[in-house]
Ligand binder design. Structure first.
Ligand SMILES: NC(=O)c1ccc[n+]([C@@H]2O[C@H](COP(=O)([O-])OP(=O)(O)OC[C@H]3O[C@@H](n4cnc5c(N)ncnc54)[C@H](OP(=O)(O)O)[C@@H]3O)[C@@H](O)[C@H]2O)c1
Length: 511
């Protein structure tokens, strides 16, 4: 029974935010894993603390490991305490009172039948009114199995309440497997029940692209081929492959970062304003960008796509091994850990404007940003008086130090007519008292609320794979030109990536 004091307390119900989730049960498949402990449950806890989690809420973890309800809760609590050591036993107990665990194989139909019974019992007991979310947090090889069993057990039906499925990345390994997975999911769930996650879209700064572009009048008029010289999107990591060699050897940087995260950021930078702020209207516009990527052929893959792999080097003064020396990596591996791609979008707005996308492991620092470099002024009034002027650049920092910087030229004080580049800075950290939310917090809440704006639609994921396939195909069937490794750990990547910029005023940003 819910306490009436809780129900009557508007703050507890998060009414002040207007976005409190409805009563529901969240079933996590693969609940014994890293994502559940490190991201999902801490995100749920944040929602709970902000009074955005419904009072009637059940969490049911399912995976093969034989652990008790008690041990499941203990493991989750220990993981939460890593980031929130101040959480008391009383708060934890209140938060986790409706957490359960069920051990079972993903192929065992009896587990799904038992789940259906359990969910009905919990609906009766806790008032969760038949609303269910099934979160697939397993490796992708069991996604199809879980989905078809959910369908067979009648759990996808929306008789009493909603039934939604959240699918973790990677969504497919290539275009064919993504199409097949889409087909299998759609045999069981309707598109509006499917939530394909790209956690980048849950990041505050990524969402701010939409606000910045479409809630300000100063940016949109200059956001096109007339004013923009080129756009750079970078996601660099200082870490190597770590313990994920098994996954990484079969995926590489293109699947891991481009098909999803970098393409999504590019879509938000490039898309037309949607007619309404609604999931399908936004996703329609993103889809048009993915469909407008000029198709690669063998020649343009060679000139517009540069691959690399790190060798041994130094990071923060520490010697680190090369990719081929990492545990679990084939010593002859040609898996790319670096990619830089030049993309043209065949749209009126972006005709002739290159989008440079790069991502890599073992670069000097971890940072993700999108930078718009503007064209030089048409009349170079100062060309005889001044040394080189730098182009205006608008930088949107996605992580870390989330914010926006505008670089522009200004006169240096004094008698000479000298210009220098200065920054106008906005930092989330210093401009707002509120901290930025973790991506999973936002995405879990949106899913509970039925808002799919920040999730990928099936046609988007297929369009992204279709655009990338010529690069993947050529890279997987040919040896790299030159030798691998071709960049030292701790450097900014192979020199060939600079050559793709073509023009002297276009350079990869030093971050
Ligand atoms: N961890 C992250 O930060 C992160 C970030 C973005 C996306 N993801 C995605 O989220 C999903 C879950 O990530 P994770 O890091 O939690 O994965 P994980 O720890 O490798 O796997 C989650 C659980 O799935 C089960 N499992 C592992 N290998 C399996 C196999 N071959 N067949 C069937 N079940 C298997 C295991 O549970 P049992 O053995 O108990 O069944 C494991 O505890 C993955 O799709 C991953 O790509 C993760």
């Amino acid at each position: 029974m819910l306490s009436s004091a809780l129900l009557e307390n508007p703050l507890r119900q998060g009414l002040s935010s207007g976005r409190v989730a409805p009563p529901c049960s969240l079933v996590i498949y693969g609940a014994s894993g890293d994502l559940t402990a490190r991201k999902l449950v801490p995100a749920l806890f944040e929602l709970y603390e902000k009074h955005l989690l419904p009072v009637s809420f059940n969490l049911i973890g399912i995976s093969r490991s034989a652990i008790s309800d008690e041990d499941f809760r203990k493991k989750l609590k220990e993981a939460l305490l890593q980031s929130k050591p101040q959480v008391s036993d009383a708060i934890w107990n209140s938060f986790s009172q409706n957490f359960h665990y069920h051990a079972g194989g993903y192929d065992d139909f009896k587990v799904y039948q038992a789940l259906a019974v359990k969910l009905n019992e919990l609906d009766e007991k806790n008032g969760t009114v038949g609303n269910r979310i099934f979160y697939l947090s397993t490796p992708p090889n069991v996604f199809e199995e879980i989905i078809s069993n959910l369908g067979a057990a009648g759990l996808a039906k929306e008789e009493k309440g909603f039934s939604r499925v959240v699918i973790e990345k990677p969504f497919g390994h290539d275009l064919d497997s993504a199409k097949e997975l889409n087909q299998k999911v759609r045999e069981v769930f309707k598109e509006n029940q499917i939530y394909r996650i790209d956690h980048y879209l849950g990041k505050e700064t990524v969402q701010n692209f939409l606000v910045m572009r479409f809630a300000n009048s100063i940016f949109e008029p200059i956001w096109d081929r007339r004013y923009v010289d080129h756009i750079q999107i970078t996601a660099s990591e200082d870490l190597g492959v770590g313990t994920r060699a098994g996954y990484y050897e079969s995926s590489g940087i293109l699947r891991d970062m481009f098909q999803n995260h970098l393409f999504q950021v590019m879509c938000l930078m490039a898309m037309e304003p949607p007619v309404i702020f609604e999931a399908n209207a936004i996703r329609d516009e993103k889809l048009k960008i993915l469909q407008a990527i000029r198709p690669f052929d063998e020649q343009t893959v060679r000139t517009h796509a540069i691959r690399g792999q790190y060798g041994p080097g130094f990071l923060a003064g520490q010697k680190v091994p090369g990719y081929r020396q990492e545990a679990g990596v084939d010593p002859q591996s040609i898996t790319p850990t670096y990619a830089a791609i030049k993309i043209f979008l065949d749209t009126w707005r972006w005709h002739g404007v290159p989008f440079f996308l790069r991502s890599a492991k073992r670069l000097p620092k971890r940072t993700t940003e999108a930078a718009i470099q503007f064209k030089e002024p048409p009349n170079l009034l100062f060309k005889n008086n001044m040394t080189e002027l730098s182009p205006n650049v608008l930088i949107i920092r996605i992580q870390p130090d989330e914010g926006i910087t505008l670089k522009f030229e200004t006169k240096v004080p004094g008698m000479s007519m000298e210009a220098r580049t200065v920054n106008m800075d906005f930092r989330y950290g210093t401009s707002f008292a509120e901290g930025t939310s973790e991506a999973y917090e936002r995405l879990l809440l949106d899913c509970m609320l039925g808002d799919a704006t920040l999730f990928i639609r099936g046609d988007e994921t297929e369009a992204a794979w279709a655009a990338l396939m010529p690069v993947l195909n050529l890279w997987e069937t040919t040896q790299p030109e030159g030798t691998f490794p071709n960049y030292e750990a701790g450097s900014w990547g192979p020199a060939e990536a600079d050559e793709m910029m073509e023009k002297p005023w276009r350079k990869w940003r030093k971050l």
